[in-house]
Design a protein around this ligand. Structure first.
Ligand code: RIB
Ligand code: CA
Length: 310
């Protein structure tokens, strides 16, 4: 059983990650979900997190509001991928699930100070985590593992020629986390580009006998156009669920301990994650960089779990 906190900027792929986690209560004890600004502004990511929890039927889950902007950069959003609401596609009712009054950063700090063996899962910019580390550095050593959808090496960038979106939105936050000494596992584009939601896979979701499957298909159909146009694939990569799948079945993924650093100064390469794959420097290997993912096993797991939901 992993005790986890999920920090997320839903986003359709975030939504699938949340559903995968919410469908796995025997392996994942979700201590809370924190919405952060990223794909769309905070009011939308928060609303979307509430909608997804309600769709899953897991109304036992607590939801918190996190940061509404990066540490220093002006917020860059991705409505061109996810739509104006960040969850375009499904027609989900306006949520009634409550938002906790405690700020998400304070929730992260308090939980790590009082609960042992917690894993932090990040699906968006790292603003909340960086703030928690700045305000309470004592929590860093208490974290079992940070599992982050973040960065890229051979896959270069998706929001600029050199930067992956989560790293690009708040590179200063990434720099704080990469230099924190925490136990880090990255699920970068090098892994997520290997698990594409092809049209056949979307049909499996559509054919599910429950409500969640068809809704998930509508979500992914609504957000696939950007990647299909850019890469010419038969489907969009399913980024964020790789973090949850890694926790559930790590054998589906292959990683390597390397140094990962991030560009925070250059406007040309801002947010670029620089991976010292061949140990060309003496920079210490600070992360388990997942560079490969087994797509058939990943989707078998995703489908099997989503079928458990209402
Ligand atoms: O680069 C992909 C990441 O950026 C995913 O987390 C997606 O949801 C967006 O946040
Ligand atoms: Ca995300």
């Amino acid at each position: 059983m992993r005790k986890i906190i999920i920090d997320t900027d839903p986003g359709q792929d975030d939504a699938l990650a949340l559903l995968l986690a919410l469908a796995s209560p025997d392996e994942l004890d979700i201590l809370g979900i924190v919405a952060v600004a990223g794909n769309v502004p905070l009011h939308h990511t928060l609303n979307n997190a509430r909608k997804i929890v309600e769709l899953s039927g897991r109304t036992d889950i607590k939801i918190y509001a996190g940061s509404d902007r990066p540490l220093r950069q002006t917020l860059v959003t991705a409505e061109h991928v996810h739509g104006a609401t960040g969850l375009d596609g499904p027609d989900l009712p306006e949520p009634t699930h409550p938002v906790e009054t405690q700020h998400g950063v304070d929730f992260i700090i308090d939980t790590l100070r009082n609960v042992t063996d917690v894993t932090l899962v990040t699906l968006g910019p790292l603003t909340d985590i960086a703030k928690a580390f700045q305000q309470a550095p004592d929590i860093i050593s208490k974290i079992r593992e940070m599992v982050m959808m973040l960065g890229a090496w051979r896959e270069l960038g998706n929001v600029t020629p050199t930067a992956e979106f989560n790293a690009y939105v708040d590179p200063e936050a990434v720099d704080i986390v990469l230099n924190s000494g925490a136990n880090l596992t990255l699920l970068p584009l090098d892994a997520t580009h290997k698990v594409q939601s092809t049209q056949d896979r979307l049909q499996v979701l559509r054919d599910m006998a429950n409500r969640t499957g068809p809704q998930a298909a509508i979500m992914l159909k609504a957000s696939e156009a950007f990647d299909i146009k850019k890469f010419g694939w038969d489907g969009a990569p399913l980024h964020d669920p790789c973090t949850i799948a890694y926790l559930l079945k790590p054998e589906l993924f292959t990683g390597r301990a390397v140094n990962v650093s991030v560009e925070t100064q250059s406007q040309l390469t801002l947010g670029m994650t620089v991976v010292d794959w061949y140990r060309a420097t003496d920079r210490w290997p600070n992360a388990n960089f997942i560079h490969d993912a087994e797509a058939v096993g990943f989707y078998d797991l995703l489908f099997e779990r989503l079928r458990r939901l209402p």
